[in-house]
Ligand binder design. Structure first.
Ligand code: ADP
Ligand code: ASP
Ligand code: MG
Length: 438
């Protein structure tokens, strides 16, 4: 058995929903994880922002536009009036639920409930479409098994036992359908696995059930050498090691949620990235491949801040680095990249919630300089240091005259990271793609 995850664009219109249903039927009896229809989660975020700012008319107008869209989809998707009416009533319950939240004080817990409606609605549409086609498709509600523990990590034991029990209730089902992204937290409240989290849902399911494969179906034929939104002439990468895929996902390759590779890697379950619009394309296979000494792809992580702490006596004054890291630790702020010298250390962060307090404390250890609007460019591949393909020089040369603020290599064999200004990002990504992959 496999788990097949379909992203927002794969279920973005009635035609796509029919298409996805065909693909699912061809694949046999599997678990299907669905995202919200494309644009829905963004719209739900927008509605929540209006409600948090007490702009009820703004929320209502946006909600009504979304409601109209769903009614159009229902009209076009279904031919049987009984099914169409039942689906309309179910979807309408989601909309009235959100509308009713506009009445009182809007809390963050309610925001999570609003964000959950996208996946709850998309699964209702697909399940009813299968019903119209005479296919026995059962919804396994994610809110009944997907759960995070204290600290926010998935509670794998809980998920495994509850999911197994729910699946065993439906031996006759041809398709086992579930919602991606949504879950409950340790207190049983509705929560989510962060934006793009349906990939993570699929990977968790694949891992806890020890399935044969995790398939991520999206709108592109696999992981490309660069981000096609910014880079010309990218091409798909046929094979990636788990570690390479994890680096790319963490450092900005949007095709995969940053946490999605870990459960698959720990359970050694292959992950295949496939294109719903081009189902026969080979896509990308992520597995435990032996080293092949090649550069695979480049990703970019935006909104990075670099902090340099200079101290005249860094290496002699032992304990300096400890104090610096302790400060970030105290404010629960992870560090992405670091570079050291005799006189100081530079680190980067993407979470600036506590930056003012952190800088204030760091000033007692040395002189602090901050650079904002930076981007980490991450070159990923099997880059072991004895490898003679000269990858470091090629990466640096490719950037030409673009100023590089920090360079980091050696934390693993899988990446070289370079910190540059945000304004140079697109040029840098295109130069790297031309020089490393063409
Ligand atoms: P889904 O809605 O199916 O989850 P996403 O939008 O989250 O789809 O991810 C697919 C998108 O990721 C692609 O359309 C592409 O624009 C973007 N992307 C960014 N970097 C890469 C990359 N290196 N390879 C492929 N796609 C990438
Ligand atoms: N619907 C959610 C989002 O847009 C989860 C996902 O698509 O993976 O973030
Ligand atoms: Mg996604």
């Amino acid at each position: 058995m496999k788990v097949l995850k379909f992203g927002g664009t794969s279920v973005g219109s009635p035609e796509r929903i029919r298409n996805v249903a065909d693909l699912i039927l061809k694949s046999g009896r599997n678990i299907v994880v669905l995202s919200a229809m494309s644009g829905t989660t963004n719209t739900l975020v927008e509605i929540s922002q209006y409600l948090l700012k007490h702009n009820v008319p703004g929320a209502q107008e946006t909600l009504n536009a979304l409601r109209r869209k769903y009614h159009e989809v229902i009209e076009q998707l279904f031919t049987r009036p009984d099914i169409s009416m039942r689906v309309r009533e179910t979807i309408e319950r989601s909309f009235s639920f959100i509308a009713q939240l506009a009445q009182g004080e809007f809390t963050q817990a309610e925001e999570k409930e609003v964000l959950a409606q996208g996946e709850l609605m998309s699964t209702v549409l697909l399940q009813a479409h299968f019903e119209e086609r005479g296919v026995n498709c059962v919804i396994i509600p994610a809110l009944d098994y997907m759960r995070t523990a204290q600290g926010g990590e998935p509670d794998m034991r809980y998920i495994a036992s509850h999911l197994r029990r729910l699946i065993d209730l439906h031996p006759e089902a041809q398709v086992l359908l579930t919602q991606g992204y949504i879950c409950r937290n340790a207190y049983g409240e509705i929560d989510n696995l962060r934006r793009g989290g349906s990939d993570y849902s699929a990977s968790i399911i694949g891992a806890v059930l020890d399935l044969d494969e995790i398939q991520i179906w999206t709108d592109i034929d696999g992981m490309h050498t660069g981000d096609p939104r910014f880079v010309e002439h990218t091409r798909p990468v046929a094979r990636l090691h788990f570690e390479e895929a994890a680096e790319l996902a963490y450092f900005g390759a949007k095709i995969l949620h940053p946490s999605c590779v870990l459960p698959a890697k720990l359970h050694n379950i292959p992950v295949r990235l496939l294109n719903t619009m081009q189902p026969d394309a080979p896509g990308t296979l992520i597995a435990n491949f032996p080293p092949d000494g090649t550069i695979k792809a480049v990703a970019a992580k935006d909104n990075i801040t670099a902090i340099k702490i200079k101290s005249g006596r860094m290496l002699l004054a032992y304990g300096f680095l400890h104090k610096v890291f302790e400060t970030f630790d105290k404010y629960c702020t992870p560090i992405d990249m670091m570079a050291t010298s005799e006189v100081g250390v530079s680190v980067t962060v993407d979470n600036t919630d506590h930056l003012t307090a952190i800088i204030d404390e760091l000033k007692s250890f040395g002189t602090v300089t901050v650079d904002t609007d930076m981007v980490i460019i991450c070159i990923v591949g099997d880059l072991e240091w004895h490898n003679t393909s000269n990858f470091q020089a090629r990466a640096i040369q490719a950037l030409g005259d673009i100023p590089v603020r920090m360079i980091s290599y050696g934390g693993s064999n899988y990446n070289i990271s370079m910190l540059i200004r945000a304004e140079d990002k697109i040029k840098a990504l295109n130069l790297l793609n031309q020089n490393l992959f063409q």
